[in-house]
Design a protein around this ligand. Structure first.
Ligand code: RRO
Length: 320
Protein backbone atom coordinates (compact mmCIF):
# COMPACT_ATOMS: atom_id res chain seq x y z
CA UNK A 1 0.00 0.00 0.00
CA UNK A 2 1.08 3.55 -0.76
CA UNK A 3 0.22 6.49 1.47
CA UNK A 4 -0.69 9.52 -0.63
CA UNK A 5 -1.61 12.50 1.57
CA UNK A 6 -3.15 10.08 4.08
CA UNK A 7 -5.06 8.12 1.40
CA UNK A 8 -4.16 4.44 1.05
CA UNK A 9 -3.60 3.35 -2.55
CA UNK A 10 -2.93 -0.16 -3.83
CA UNK A 11 -0.41 1.06 -6.45
CA UNK A 12 0.85 4.36 -7.89
CA UNK A 13 -1.25 4.49 -11.10
CA UNK A 14 -4.34 6.69 -11.25
CA UNK A 15 -6.27 8.22 -14.17
CA UNK A 16 -5.90 11.74 -15.49
CA UNK A 17 -9.10 13.73 -15.00
CA UNK A 18 -11.50 13.57 -17.93
CA UNK A 19 -9.91 10.62 -19.68
CA UNK A 20 -11.86 7.74 -18.17
CA UNK A 21 -15.61 7.82 -17.67
CA UNK A 22 -16.13 5.20 -14.98
CA UNK A 23 -19.91 5.31 -15.26
CA UNK A 24 -19.89 4.82 -19.05
CA UNK A 25 -17.16 2.16 -18.67
CA UNK A 26 -19.42 0.17 -16.35
CA UNK A 27 -22.22 0.38 -18.96
CA UNK A 28 -19.94 -0.58 -21.86
CA UNK A 29 -17.70 -3.20 -20.28
CA UNK A 30 -19.85 -4.45 -17.41
CA UNK A 31 -19.04 -4.96 -13.76
CA UNK A 32 -15.81 -6.83 -14.58
CA UNK A 33 -13.99 -3.60 -15.41
CA UNK A 34 -15.17 -2.07 -12.17
CA UNK A 35 -14.24 -5.13 -10.10
CA UNK A 36 -10.76 -5.15 -11.66
CA UNK A 37 -10.59 -1.38 -11.58
CA UNK A 38 -7.53 -0.23 -13.56
CA UNK A 39 -6.63 2.66 -11.27
CA UNK A 40 -5.65 2.94 -7.60
CA UNK A 41 -7.84 6.05 -7.25
CA UNK A 42 -10.41 7.59 -9.55
CA UNK A 43 -10.15 11.25 -10.56
CA UNK A 44 -13.44 12.56 -11.91
CA UNK A 45 -13.95 14.87 -14.90
CA UNK A 46 -13.92 18.56 -13.98
CA UNK A 47 -17.00 19.88 -12.16
CA UNK A 48 -17.99 23.56 -12.44
CA UNK A 49 -20.59 25.44 -10.40
CA UNK A 50 -23.01 25.90 -13.33
CA UNK A 51 -23.85 23.18 -15.87
CA UNK A 52 -21.96 23.54 -19.15
CA UNK A 53 -22.60 22.27 -22.69
CA UNK A 54 -18.91 22.30 -23.58
CA UNK A 55 -17.33 23.64 -26.75
CA UNK A 56 -18.91 23.36 -30.21
CA UNK A 57 -17.68 20.46 -32.37
CA UNK A 58 -15.28 19.35 -33.67
CA UNK A 59 -13.71 18.68 -30.30
CA UNK A 60 -10.89 16.35 -31.27
CA UNK A 61 -7.98 16.33 -33.72
CA UNK A 62 -5.73 13.33 -34.00
CA UNK A 63 -2.01 13.99 -34.17
CA UNK A 64 0.77 11.72 -35.41
CA UNK A 65 1.78 11.13 -31.79
CA UNK A 66 -1.22 12.05 -29.73
CA UNK A 67 -4.51 13.83 -29.55
CA UNK A 68 -5.68 17.41 -29.31
CA UNK A 69 -8.93 18.14 -27.48
CA UNK A 70 -11.15 21.11 -27.07
CA UNK A 71 -13.90 19.62 -24.96
CA UNK A 72 -14.66 22.73 -22.95
CA UNK A 73 -15.72 21.22 -19.61
CA UNK A 74 -19.18 19.84 -20.36
CA UNK A 75 -20.69 18.76 -17.05
CA UNK A 76 -23.92 18.76 -15.09
CA UNK A 77 -22.75 21.47 -12.70
CA UNK A 78 -22.34 21.13 -8.96
CA UNK A 79 -25.96 20.29 -8.15
CA UNK A 80 -26.21 17.77 -10.99
CA UNK A 81 -22.93 16.16 -10.02
CA UNK A 82 -23.97 15.79 -6.38
CA UNK A 83 -27.34 14.33 -7.35
CA UNK A 84 -26.35 12.03 -10.23
CA UNK A 85 -22.60 11.43 -10.57
CA UNK A 86 -21.40 11.31 -6.99
CA UNK A 87 -23.64 8.41 -5.89
CA UNK A 88 -22.41 6.35 -8.89
CA UNK A 89 -18.74 7.23 -8.41
CA UNK A 90 -18.94 6.54 -4.66
CA UNK A 91 -19.60 2.88 -5.58
CA UNK A 92 -16.17 2.50 -7.18
CA UNK A 93 -13.78 0.22 -5.28
CA UNK A 94 -11.10 2.95 -5.03
CA UNK A 95 -10.81 6.39 -3.39
CA UNK A 96 -12.50 9.22 -5.28
CA UNK A 97 -10.71 12.46 -6.14
CA UNK A 98 -13.03 15.16 -7.48
CA UNK A 99 -11.57 17.63 -9.98
CA UNK A 100 -13.15 21.10 -9.72
CA UNK A 101 -12.78 24.34 -11.63
CA UNK A 102 -14.15 27.80 -10.97
CA UNK A 103 -14.08 30.95 -13.06
CA UNK A 104 -13.40 33.02 -9.92
CA UNK A 105 -12.03 32.41 -6.42
CA UNK A 106 -15.59 32.54 -5.08
CA UNK A 107 -16.68 29.78 -7.43
CA UNK A 108 -13.76 27.56 -6.45
CA UNK A 109 -14.54 28.23 -2.78
CA UNK A 110 -18.17 27.21 -3.35
CA UNK A 111 -17.08 23.93 -4.93
CA UNK A 112 -14.53 23.17 -2.21
CA UNK A 113 -17.08 23.94 0.53
CA UNK A 114 -19.65 21.62 -1.07
CA UNK A 115 -17.28 18.65 -1.40
CA UNK A 116 -15.68 19.24 2.02
CA UNK A 117 -18.93 17.89 3.52
CA UNK A 118 -18.93 14.66 1.52
CA UNK A 119 -17.36 11.56 3.06
CA UNK A 120 -17.41 9.87 -0.37
CA UNK A 121 -14.71 12.29 -1.53
CA UNK A 122 -11.12 11.49 -0.50
CA UNK A 123 -9.46 14.57 -2.02
CA UNK A 124 -10.02 17.47 -4.39
CA UNK A 125 -8.00 18.40 -7.44
CA UNK A 126 -8.20 22.10 -8.30
CA UNK A 127 -8.06 22.50 -12.06
CA UNK A 128 -6.35 25.83 -12.62
CA UNK A 129 -5.03 24.69 -15.97
CA UNK A 130 -7.77 23.94 -18.51
CA UNK A 131 -6.63 25.32 -21.88
CA UNK A 132 -10.14 25.30 -23.36
CA UNK A 133 -12.10 28.14 -21.78
CA UNK A 134 -13.50 31.02 -23.84
CA UNK A 135 -11.87 33.64 -21.64
CA UNK A 136 -8.41 32.27 -22.40
CA UNK A 137 -7.76 32.96 -18.71
CA UNK A 138 -5.66 30.28 -17.10
CA UNK A 139 -5.44 31.04 -13.38
CA UNK A 140 -2.64 28.55 -12.97
CA UNK A 141 -0.18 30.44 -15.15
CA UNK A 142 0.43 33.07 -12.45
CA UNK A 143 2.08 32.13 -9.10
CA UNK A 144 0.45 35.05 -7.25
CA UNK A 145 -3.02 34.16 -8.50
CA UNK A 146 -2.54 30.52 -7.46
CA UNK A 147 -1.31 31.63 -4.02
CA UNK A 148 -4.40 33.85 -3.58
CA UNK A 149 -6.68 31.01 -4.63
CA UNK A 150 -5.06 28.46 -2.31
CA UNK A 151 -5.10 30.87 0.64
CA UNK A 152 -8.82 31.42 0.07
CA UNK A 153 -9.79 27.73 -0.13
CA UNK A 154 -7.28 26.02 2.17
CA UNK A 155 -9.21 26.92 5.35
CA UNK A 156 -12.43 25.45 3.91
CA UNK A 157 -11.52 21.76 4.10
CA UNK A 158 -9.21 19.31 5.83
CA UNK A 159 -9.24 17.12 2.72
CA UNK A 160 -6.08 16.99 0.59
CA UNK A 161 -6.06 19.71 -2.07
CA UNK A 162 -4.13 18.86 -5.23
CA UNK A 163 -3.35 21.72 -7.61
CA UNK A 164 -3.34 20.68 -11.27
CA UNK A 165 -0.70 22.74 -13.01
CA UNK A 166 -0.54 23.94 -16.58
CA UNK A 167 2.49 23.36 -18.77
CA UNK A 168 1.52 26.59 -20.57
CA UNK A 169 3.28 28.84 -18.07
CA UNK A 170 6.68 30.47 -18.22
CA UNK A 171 7.79 29.24 -14.80
CA UNK A 172 5.93 26.09 -13.75
CA UNK A 173 8.08 25.38 -10.63
CA UNK A 174 7.33 28.93 -9.38
CA UNK A 175 3.59 28.19 -9.65
CA UNK A 176 4.07 24.87 -7.83
CA UNK A 177 6.04 26.55 -5.06
CA UNK A 178 3.39 29.26 -4.66
CA UNK A 179 0.75 26.52 -4.34
CA UNK A 180 2.81 24.64 -1.75
CA UNK A 181 3.49 27.76 0.34
CA UNK A 182 -0.22 28.60 0.39
CA UNK A 183 -1.15 25.12 1.65
CA UNK A 184 -1.52 22.76 -1.33
CA UNK A 185 -1.19 19.12 -0.29
CA UNK A 186 0.14 18.00 -3.68
CA UNK A 187 0.49 19.17 -7.27
CA UNK A 188 -0.30 17.31 -10.48
CA UNK A 189 1.12 17.97 -13.94
CA UNK A 190 1.04 18.25 -16.89
CA UNK A 191 -2.37 19.27 -18.14
CA UNK A 192 -2.45 19.48 -21.93
CA UNK A 193 -0.15 21.68 -23.99
CA UNK A 194 -1.94 24.38 -25.96
CA UNK A 195 -2.05 23.66 -29.70
CA UNK A 196 -4.01 24.33 -32.86
CA UNK A 197 -5.00 22.59 -36.10
CA UNK A 198 -6.20 24.08 -39.40
CA UNK A 199 -9.04 22.65 -41.47
CA UNK A 200 -7.39 21.29 -44.62
CA UNK A 201 -10.03 22.74 -46.98
CA UNK A 202 -11.30 25.93 -45.36
CA UNK A 203 -8.07 27.13 -43.77
CA UNK A 204 -10.08 27.95 -40.64
CA UNK A 205 -9.28 26.50 -37.21
CA UNK A 206 -10.44 22.87 -37.10
CA UNK A 207 -11.50 22.82 -33.47
CA UNK A 208 -14.76 24.43 -32.40
CA UNK A 209 -12.87 26.06 -29.56
CA UNK A 210 -10.18 27.36 -31.99
CA UNK A 211 -7.27 26.04 -29.91
CA UNK A 212 -6.99 22.79 -27.96
CA UNK A 213 -4.84 20.83 -25.58
CA UNK A 214 -2.27 18.34 -26.87
CA UNK A 215 -1.80 15.06 -25.00
CA UNK A 216 -0.32 11.61 -25.62
CA UNK A 217 3.21 10.53 -26.57
CA UNK A 218 3.84 13.95 -28.16
CA UNK A 219 4.03 15.57 -24.71
CA UNK A 220 5.92 12.85 -22.82
CA UNK A 221 9.32 14.54 -22.94
CA UNK A 222 7.79 17.88 -21.92
CA UNK A 223 6.03 16.24 -18.99
CA UNK A 224 9.19 14.50 -17.85
CA UNK A 225 11.19 17.74 -17.83
CA UNK A 226 8.44 19.69 -16.07
CA UNK A 227 7.80 16.99 -13.46
CA UNK A 228 11.49 16.90 -12.65
CA UNK A 229 11.78 20.67 -12.28
CA UNK A 230 8.65 20.84 -10.11
CA UNK A 231 9.69 17.86 -7.94
CA UNK A 232 13.04 19.56 -7.39
CA UNK A 233 11.29 22.76 -6.29
CA UNK A 234 8.66 21.44 -3.83
CA UNK A 235 8.47 19.03 -0.89
CA UNK A 236 4.81 18.06 -1.37
CA UNK A 237 3.99 14.98 -3.48
CA UNK A 238 3.87 15.36 -7.25
CA UNK A 239 1.47 13.45 -9.52
CA UNK A 240 3.17 13.09 -12.89
CA UNK A 241 1.35 12.62 -16.19
CA UNK A 242 1.81 13.20 -19.89
CA UNK A 243 2.01 10.55 -22.61
CA UNK A 244 2.28 7.54 -20.32
CA UNK A 245 1.43 4.40 -22.28
CA UNK A 246 3.83 1.88 -20.75
CA UNK A 247 5.11 1.06 -17.27
CA UNK A 248 8.54 2.31 -18.14
CA UNK A 249 7.14 5.79 -18.86
CA UNK A 250 5.62 5.73 -15.38
CA UNK A 251 8.94 4.51 -14.03
CA UNK A 252 10.69 7.45 -15.70
CA UNK A 253 8.26 9.96 -14.17
CA UNK A 254 8.77 8.40 -10.74
CA UNK A 255 12.52 8.59 -11.27
CA UNK A 256 11.97 12.29 -11.99
CA UNK A 257 10.27 12.67 -8.61
CA UNK A 258 6.59 11.76 -9.12
CA UNK A 259 4.91 9.98 -6.19
CA UNK A 260 1.99 8.84 -8.37
CA UNK A 261 1.54 8.67 -12.12
CA UNK A 262 -1.67 9.38 -14.02
CA UNK A 263 -2.63 7.75 -17.33
CA UNK A 264 -4.74 9.82 -19.73
CA UNK A 265 -4.86 9.49 -23.51
CA UNK A 266 -3.79 5.82 -23.49
CA UNK A 267 -7.05 4.89 -21.71
CA UNK A 268 -9.05 6.01 -24.77
CA UNK A 269 -7.23 3.32 -26.77
CA UNK A 270 -7.31 0.69 -24.06
CA UNK A 271 -9.67 1.12 -21.09
CA UNK A 272 -7.65 -1.32 -19.00
CA UNK A 273 -4.34 0.46 -19.75
CA UNK A 274 -4.03 1.57 -16.12
CA UNK A 275 -3.86 -2.02 -14.86
CA UNK A 276 -1.36 -3.03 -17.54
CA UNK A 277 0.85 -0.02 -16.82
CA UNK A 278 0.71 -0.75 -13.06
CA UNK A 279 1.97 -4.31 -13.65
CA UNK A 280 4.63 -3.15 -16.11
CA UNK A 281 5.73 -0.59 -13.55
CA UNK A 282 6.01 -3.28 -10.88
CA UNK A 283 8.37 -5.18 -13.21
CA UNK A 284 10.29 -2.07 -14.26
CA UNK A 285 12.26 -2.01 -11.00
CA UNK A 286 13.44 -5.57 -11.60
CA UNK A 287 13.48 -6.33 -15.31
CA UNK A 288 14.74 -9.48 -16.86
CA UNK A 289 17.17 -8.19 -19.48
CA UNK A 290 15.94 -9.25 -22.90
CA UNK A 291 19.06 -8.22 -24.82
CA UNK A 292 22.67 -7.39 -24.07
CA UNK A 293 23.52 -4.04 -22.55
CA UNK A 294 26.34 -2.26 -24.36
CA UNK A 295 29.19 -1.94 -21.83
CA UNK A 296 29.55 1.63 -20.69
CA UNK A 297 26.33 2.66 -22.47
CA UNK A 298 23.69 0.69 -20.59
CA UNK A 299 21.53 2.43 -18.07
CA UNK A 300 21.65 0.76 -14.66
CA UNK A 301 19.42 -2.29 -14.22
CA UNK A 302 15.88 -1.09 -14.45
CA UNK A 303 16.30 0.84 -17.68
CA UNK A 304 17.68 -2.03 -19.70
CA UNK A 305 14.84 -2.41 -22.17
CA UNK A 306 14.78 1.05 -23.75
CA UNK A 307 13.47 1.19 -27.31
CA UNK A 308 16.40 3.34 -28.34
CA UNK A 309 18.88 0.96 -26.76
CA UNK A 310 17.21 -1.92 -28.58
CA UNK A 311 17.63 0.05 -31.81
CA UNK A 312 21.25 0.64 -31.00
CA UNK A 313 21.89 -3.02 -30.35
CA UNK A 314 20.11 -4.04 -33.55
CA UNK A 315 21.61 -1.44 -35.84
CA UNK A 316 24.40 -2.95 -37.97
CA UNK A 317 25.51 0.52 -39.14
CA UNK A 318 26.32 2.15 -35.83
CA UNK A 319 30.02 2.29 -34.90
CA UNK A 320 30.75 0.12 -31.89
O1 RRO B 1 -12.65 19.91 -20.89
C1 RRO B 1 -11.60 20.21 -21.47
O2 RRO B 1 -11.60 20.74 -22.59
C2 RRO B 1 -10.28 20.00 -20.86
C3 RRO B 1 -9.98 20.21 -19.53
BR1 RRO B 1 -11.28 20.67 -18.25
C4 RRO B 1 -8.64 20.09 -19.08
O3 RRO B 1 -8.30 20.30 -17.91
N1 RRO B 1 -7.71 19.76 -20.01
C5 RRO B 1 -8.00 19.53 -21.28
O4 RRO B 1 -7.11 19.23 -22.07
N2 RRO B 1 -9.31 19.65 -21.71
Amino acid sequence: MIDFCGIELAHPIINASGTFDAVAARRAFGDALIEHFPFAAFVSKTVTVAPRQGNPPPRLWELPAGLMNSIGLPNKGLEGYLAHDLPELARLPVPLIVNVMGFSRDEVARLVRAFAQRDEVAALELNVSCPNVETGLVMGADPDEVARLMSAVRPLTAKPLIVKLTPNASDVPAVALAAERAGASAVSLVNTVRGMAIHPRTGEPWLGGTTGGVSGPAVRAIALAQVRSVADAVDIPVIGMGGVSHGRHAHDLMGAGAALVAVGTESFRDPSAGARIASELALAGNPEPTHPIIPGRGWPGSNADRDDLIDEVKSPCKPK
